[in-house]
Write a protein that binds this ligand. Sequence first.
Ligand code: FES
Length: 135
Amino acid sequence: MNNFKPNVVIFRCNFCSPIGAEHAMASKLKDNSRLKLIGITCTGRIDPTFVLDAFAKGADGVLIAGCSPGDCHYISGNYKAGRNVMLLKKTLSQLGIESERLRAEWLATSETPKFLSSLNEFVNEVIKLGPLTAS
Ligand code: FES
């Protein structure tokens, strides 16, 4: 388990993308995880099946990063995404998957340190949970 490098999929809204996050992410986290970054126009466009599909295809954790409340460029996309995350967590639990494997973070463009800190904390939590195995 010590050498476990989790596969983490990050759905990230392009509007709130913290500046330089990709570079910092690549340098700070590459040693303990495999990260896949997927840019989207708004977290409200994330169909819940995208998240379930990510888990089905090998993700050990999924992080959704969207605009702070009140800052969504499509007005309420992040609120919709937040509701979907709550429903997805219940669905994951019903499927026997720890709901902690899914997390949402709401950020402003200037919050690169917060993004990295949240991502690092999330990766460490997924490492503690261990690999997601089909039961
Ligand atoms: Fe960023 Fe909607 S535009 S979450």
